[in-house]
Design a protein around this ligand. Structure first.
Ligand SMILES: C[S@@+](CC[C@H](N)C(=O)[O-])C[C@H]1O[C@@H](n2cnc3c(N)ncnc32)[C@H](O)[C@@H]1O
Length: 279
């Protein structure tokens, strides 16, 4: 091994669990982990500090949304125990958490109920008191379904599906095998309102793009998928950007959040996307 090459790490149990698993068996792979209680590989135990700070900064891109006159409607796909779902509701959003695992939904429902009754301090950032006032909490609902199965979004709409004002992705895209990335981007474009935004806490950005996941390394993947409209499978680091902006999304914000989870090793990026206007 040369002096500069990183030591080869043995695959984690999470990687071994998904190794050689076909695309059609991905959901059952997650269900098995939830049923066995093996959630320690990804569970951070609290909502995303980067998302809290962004929401509390009252971003202008969110206030332009018009689909919900009273409350903005948010979705957290692959929401796990529902930390971000409860936090967004406590910041006044009506929120859907979506999970393929029934067990996860049961746990998330209990968690959200308890947090809405008696919120933990970890739901709020330093700007909460001064900026948010005392707006009441929004509603929380959980959907036990597969994100990729079209139709659930129409089933939850009472007056026709108008799309979400905010969709938040953290460790959902990186949980999917690379050949599912294009479908992730397509589904995001289908479920977002024309004025809504997709916010992503991009992680892991320190991981080699060719190393096996989950979590799969995502450096440059969001840009490739959403802005360039490519398939999100980046082979050669030196050719990460094609320069063609054929994607359905434009990036309206991109920053290195002051606070994030420790697991991001200081490399997490926060990106916000909206659909390009159709001519
Ligand atoms: C890496 S975990 C992250 C969970 C959560 N975002 C968190 O930070 O704790 C990925 C989650 O996505 C869920 N998931 C995977 N594929 C899914 C699918 N097709 N539809 C809905 N949920 C899915 C898994 O059950 C798992 O809880």
């Amino acid at each position: 091994m040369s002096e500069n090459s990183a030591p080869v790490q043995p695959p984690t149990r999470l990687i071994s669990h998904f190794a050689n698993r076909e695309r059609s068996n991905q959901p059952s792979g997650w269900v098995e982990l939830w049923d066995a209680g093996d959630t320690e590989y990804w569970d951070r135990g609290k909502p995303s500090p980067a998302l809290i700070d962004w929401i509390e900064s009252r971003p202008e891109v969110l206030s332009h949304s018009t689909t919900s006159p009273s409350r903005l409607r948010a979705l957290v796909p692959g929401c796990g125990k529902g930390y971000d779902v409860a936090m967004l509701a406590l910041h006044g959003f009506d929120v859907y958490g979506l999970e393929v695992s029934k067990k996860a939904v049961e746990i998330a429902e209990q968690y959200a109920k308890a947090e809405l009754r008696e919120p933990s301090a970890h739901n709020f950032g330093s700007a909460h008191e001064s900026r948010q006032g005392n707006s009441s909490a929004g509603e929380v609902k959980f959907l036990n379904t597969d994100f990729f199965k079209e139709g659930w979004e129409r089933d939850i709409a009472t007056e026709g599906f108008k799309g979400f004002d905010l969709v938040y992705d953290y460790t959902f895209l990186c949980a999917l095998p690379p050949d599912m990335r294009k479908d992730w981007a397509r589904r995001m474009s289908e479920i977002l309102s024309p004025t809504g935004v997709l916010a992503c806490l991009e992680f892991p950005l320190y991981k080699d793009l060719k190393a096996p996941g989950p979590p799969w390394g995502l450096r440059g993947v969001h840009w490739n998928l959403l802005a360039e409209g490519a398939d999100g499978i980046i082979g050669d680091e030196s050719q990460r950007e094609t320069g063609e902006l054929n994607g359905k999304f434009e990036r309206v914000l991109y920053f290195n959040p002051e606070r994030s989870y420790e697991s991001g090793r200081g490399t997490d990026m926060f990106s916000v996307w909206r659909l390009k206007a159709t001519k």
